[in-house]
Design a protein around this ligand. Sequence first.
Ligand code: CMX
Length: 460
Amino acid sequence: MFRSTAVSARHVSRGFAQRRLASTKTVKEVLDEVIPKKQLQLKQLKTEHGQAVLGDVKVEHVVGGMRGLKAMLWEASVLDPNEGIRFHGLTIPDCQNALTAAPGGKEIIAESMFWLLLTGKVPTEAETRQLSRQLAEKGDLPEYIEKLIDSLPPTLHPMTQLGMGVAALNHESKFQEAYERGIKKSEYWTYALEDSLNLLARLPALAARIYRNVYNPGKPIPKINKDLDLVGNYVNMLGYGDNHDLTEYLRLYIAIHGDHEGGNASAHTSHLVGSTLSDPYLSYAAALYALAGPLHGLANQEVLRWQMNMQKELGDDITHENIEDYLWKTLKSGQVVPGYGHGVLRYPDPRFMALQDFCESRPNLLADPIVQLVKKTYEVAPAVLKEHGKTKNPFPNVDAASGCVLYHYGLTEFKYYTVIFGVSRALGCLTQYVWSRALGLPIERPKSLSMDAIEKLIKQ
Ligand code: CMX
């Protein structure tokens, strides 16, 4: 059902979109309708196909980071190695056609993507705007969080600060409060949803406060504008509200980076922690610390650092040959090329392509030397990585492109870039948190084996 709704939305005509403006259901009302159907689907899967085999577990899975092992339920998106991500069946270009933009803008906004991820349905414009307002009304930080963040040393990595702020917000958790009161399992998801909406609403103010404290101490932060979307407010609070192109870029980046199925380190971490019935705040804080690793979310910071070092070393007139030499130098020194390779993808990441398209449509942006360098690197790196012969995927992932655009627009503090990813990834992780509670998924507890135990099993 989800898929057909979503697929039909690919061809949303203007007339259809206008007719649908009349619907103003809340996200909770839509979930009230869709959850029973999905609960039934899961029940049937368990009773009718509980013993069906989805694949073998090999030693290489156990010792190889479980790569490719089909071992997790994740509702909002599925990643195909060649085609890339689909959100309830919709590709990124489908979403760009079907999902609502901000007034005066063209790019998808986070609220619209969050609605799609949560419900499997494309929201009407009225539904999107209503969710924007709901989030804006909840967006102010409690005073104790402001004090906590203000008390941290500005030298503490922004990601560490973000995780601390998100964890401390659990003081407000409705889920935890209700659990202590003794609610029924069937009610968990409603409190999970309430916490998720509250957390999502407050992430921009939290992330913007960290930015202000670290990079612009003492600078006043604008108040939340109730008529603006989540990312519009975020950019405003960061101090770049008058930059329409940066706002549009971050709308796109945050929406398309919001979910990448469940096996990636941050999503899987939030899923595992949530399965213990830890509340959404603690589960997402844990995810943020997985995101803070350089092989995962921190790669966007690393890419820019690496490209800028390349620029410094090679000077102004950089040729494809220079880049090729620099790539080899990186590889021969035993480092990875940041922004390239992927655990699942085997083709250029469509998120990278969408960000490239954004650059291609803006001559000023495209002319920037750092944007040019990222583009030229993309023209050279896949062949070098293929020749190097280690990575299974020689193509760029989203992080190869994300930082240079921020840099062009003046957001030059690249230690902060993963925080923006952290605002984005909440869309997917919180969606699954709600669904895991709605579906009554159990605590995660895979079986581990020692090497001796593996050898014993092989002999048997
Ligand atoms: N440069 C050099 N070597 C690479 C490489 C790269 N970009 N990507 C993979 N390799 C190497 C691996 O380190 C591994 O080497 P060893 O056998 O010596 O350990 C080998 O190629 C095989 O790796 P793989 O199976 O192709 O890739 P993995 O699934 O193990 O790792 C990833 C995936 C993303 C961690 C890896 O490609 C990488 O380190 N890329 C650079 C960092 C990066 O861009 N991360 C962001 C990913 C997107 C995200 O999660 O946000």
